[in-house]
Design a protein around this ligand. Structure first.
Ligand SMILES: C[S@@+](CC[C@H](N)C(=O)[O-])C[C@H]1O[C@@H](n2cnc3c(N)ncnc32)[C@H](O)[C@@H]1O
Length: 319
């Protein structure tokens, strides 16, 4: 079984997708204690709760795949391009440190779509050049969750898949579009606690006038309601955890309410058996889910990575 090491593991969405595709998770690293709490409720392998810049990669077991949904710190890369030598604190350069020591056969990175256009494309160029210098062939694609899975979330992310072997690179293809999203109502819980309802809030009357379709998801934007006209859940983000009105809204059988953490997890494609610890504040759960990934998209890509590796390993055995 091919082994996986997870950097910036969060609650393990990338790991879960790879596991489902038949990979074996060896270890993970994550700095945030609350995310680690959720991670540990769901996985048994080694999780190092530590700042990844302080971990010595030589102490970690070698893995076939190194993954990282790394935080976007594009600005310091823009600085690097302009000649600033000091790249401390830039986590992409720390990922390179792991790559150079662990020499994984595949590196899988995920980030916001804008990574590819930031600083007129120069940030992404630096990232690609550094990966090439480290000996990798790179394929990348922006994918929208709602085009590549049955999950109705409008989430565009860039996925970067890097191969040490040219043959693996040649054999790998990104998944085909599926265009088979399910209705958002399939993802809602039958009942929600009254704390999720907006019934007694100052903006209730305005919400009531505008949130009228049970099949749509809405957002409160300062002074107005935004309706998702494509019948999708808007991109779930970490700022759902900062309170305010950042969690998307729906009209259920009873009234207007925000999505529950479990519903947000469903809109990221997490199965209901994935534990959302009830001893964490809801704000932490919202943040963790918004920070995570759409598991079925990861699964689809991981399946194709496995196919590419299997293909070439079978070839080798036959030679
Ligand atoms: C975009 S999220 C990735 C979430 C993950 N893909 C998931 O499925 O949950 C980035 C994660 O990197 C973590 N992180 C940020 N800086 C870090 C550091 N220096 N060392 C380790 N983890 C870090 C954050 O706490 C956050 O959970």
């Amino acid at each position: 079984m091919y082994t996986v090491g997870e950097l910036f593991a969060g609650i393990g969405g990338i790991g879960l997708g790879f596991q489902k595709a038949g990979f074996s998770l060896s270890w993970a690293n994550e700095i945030d204690e609350k995310a680690c709490h959720t991670y540990r409720k769901n996985f048994k392998h080694l999780l190092i709760n530590e700042d990844m810049t302080k971990v010595n990669p030589s102490t970690l077991s070698k893995v076939d795949i190194l993954t990282g949904g790394f935080p976007c710190q594009a600005f310091s890369i823009a600085g690097y391009r302009k000649g600033f030598k000091d790249d401390r604190g830039n986590l992409f350069f720390d990922i390179l440190r792991y790559i150079k020591i662990l020499k994984p056969r595949v590196v899988f990175l995920e980030n916001v779509k804008n990574l590819s256009s930031h600083d007129h494309g120069n940030t992404f160029k630096v990232i690609q050049n550094k990966l090439k210098e480290a000996g990798y062939y790179i394929k990348s694609q922006v994918m929208n969750t709602s085009h590549y899975s049955d999950v109705p979330q409008n989430r565009e992310r860039i996925y970067i898949v890097c191969f040490r072997n040219k043959k693996d690179y040649d054999s790998f293809e990104f998944p085909q579009k599926t265009n088979n999203v399910k209705p958002v109502t399939n993802f809602l819980e039958d009942e929600a606690d009254k704390s999720f309802y907006y019934t007694n809030t100052p903006m209730y009357q305005q919400l009531k006038n505008e949130i009228v379709d049970h099949n749509k998801i809405y957002q409160w934007r300062r002074h107005y309601v935004r309706e998702n006209k494509s019948f999708l859940c808007p991109t779930l983000t970490a700022n759902m955890g900062t309170g305010g009105h950042n969690v998307p809204l729906i009209l259920d059988k009873k009234d207007i309410r925000k999505l529950t953490p479990r519903e947000c997890a469903r809109f990221q494609g997490f199965p209901d058996k994935f534990v959302l610890p009830d001893d964490l504040p809801k704000s932490a759960l919202y943040k963790q889910i918004g920070n995570s990934v759409s598991v079925p998209v990861i699964y689809a890509i991981a399946k194709n990575i496995k196919k590419a590796l299997d293909n070439n390993d079978t070839d080798k055995k036959e030679e």
